[in-house]
Ligand binder design. Structure first.
Ligand SMILES: [Zn+2]
Length: 340
């Protein structure tokens, strides 16, 4: 690795989105006098009578949750996208709009209100993965659903209103912005090289090992070279697979183990229940040949230097481009030290 990358400001290229991130290693030494977040250390009960995701509780639309024992999925009572809204288009020069339809679901990872993925056994996480796979397949097969986004918002600092372990699945008829960028970049590379962009990148990362924090038979966890968030990571399957429905039983278990190891390391890093947004980017369900896709799961955590100091995306980041202080290599080293 060029040592200049650890000492001097530079920008790094994101091969997946065709965007740049500014890296300023010398700035991580600056003192912090800004906002500090509150952290809650109070232990939650395993069942909260006021939680609308706990088993047997009544949700705001009057429905009663079943007495579920592992994973529970339902259609979001306040969905951002609806299946039956009318189709329309507005096109008056600069004023353009199109109707968008879709389905939004909520997935409870566990009936235990006090848990997070980091507390769950790989065998429990595997059940979550198999529901992700079922939903990706079933929703994706529907007409007018061309993309399925699986994600989780964890922690009040990420705007998550409910601490119950849960994620969401939003699906829609068109491709969202981030997916359009990645689709384009991966297709361009695949057409030219007949192999996937991420597969090619992974070979280089495995060779240098600098940003890899964990590896098992089928998966690698690394801090991407172009990471924006201080402790951003990516889980990448070693084998080229366009979507998660292609995972074998063994691969699902290895994926579950990888999520378990990573979320535990995150909690250990700043000794707190680590907040993040995570999501899986995979092939659109548009019926086209999507062999250029190499699916991956990204974690974007907002914390910068402790449980209470958060990274803000403001100023230059709003008007210029994203910027980070601590280098991805230093972040990888710190996370690797937290792997059990
Ligand atoms: Zn709950």
């Amino acid at each position: 690795m060029n040592t200049n990358l650890q000492d001097f400001s530079h920008k790094r290229y994101n091969i997946l989105t065709d965007e740049w991130v500014l890296v300023s290693p010398h700035r991580s030494k600056r003192p912090w006098q800004g906002q500090e977040e509150e952290i809650s250390k109070t232990k939650r009960n395993s069942h909260d009578p006021n939680c609308f995701l706990c088993a047997r509780n009544v949700r705001s639309n009057g429905e009663v949750n079943p007495d579920y024992t592992d994973v529970f999925v339902f259609t979001n009572d306040f969905a951002a996208l609806q299946k039956d809204s009318p189709s329309f288009k507005v096109d008056h020069g600069p004023i353009k709009a199109e109707s968008e339809t879709g389905i939004c679901k909520v997935i409870c990872f566990s009936p235990n209100h006090a848990e997070s993925l980091a507390d769950m056994k790989p065998s429990q996480i595997k059940k979550v993965i198999s529901v992700w796979i079922q939903e990706y397949k079933n929703i994706g097969e529907q007409e007018d659903i061309n993309y399925v986004q699986i994600f989780e918002n964890k922690g009040a600092v990420m705007g998550c209103s409910n601490p119950h372990p849960h994620g969401q699945i939003w699906s829609q008829s068109t491709l969202p912005n981030e997916v359009i960028k990645k689709d384009k970049q991966q297709l361009k590379f695949y057409k030219k090289n007949q192999k996937t962009l991420l597969g090619d990148y992974l070979l280089q990362e495995i060779e240098v090992q600098e940003r890899i924090i964990f590896e098992n038979e089928n998966f690698v966890v690394l801090v991407p070279f172009w990471a924006v968030w201080p402790f951003e990571t990516m889980i990448i399957p070693k084998k080229q697979q366009s979507s998660i429905d292609l995972l074998s039983e063994k691969e699902q278990l290895d994926f579950a183990q990888t999520i378990s190891v990573l979320t535990k390391a995150y909690d250990k890093l700043f000794d707190c229940s680590f907040p993040y947004s995570s999501g899986i980017h995979q092939a659109p369900t548009n019926g086209k040949n999507n062999n250029h896709w190499h699916w991956h799961m990204s974690f974007y955590p907002p914390l910068l230097r402790s449980a209470t100091v958060k990274k803000f995306m403001v100023g230059y980041e709003m008007f210029g481009s994203p910027q980070r202080d601590i280098t991805p290599e230093t972040a990888a080293e710190k996370l690797k030290a937290c792997i059990e």
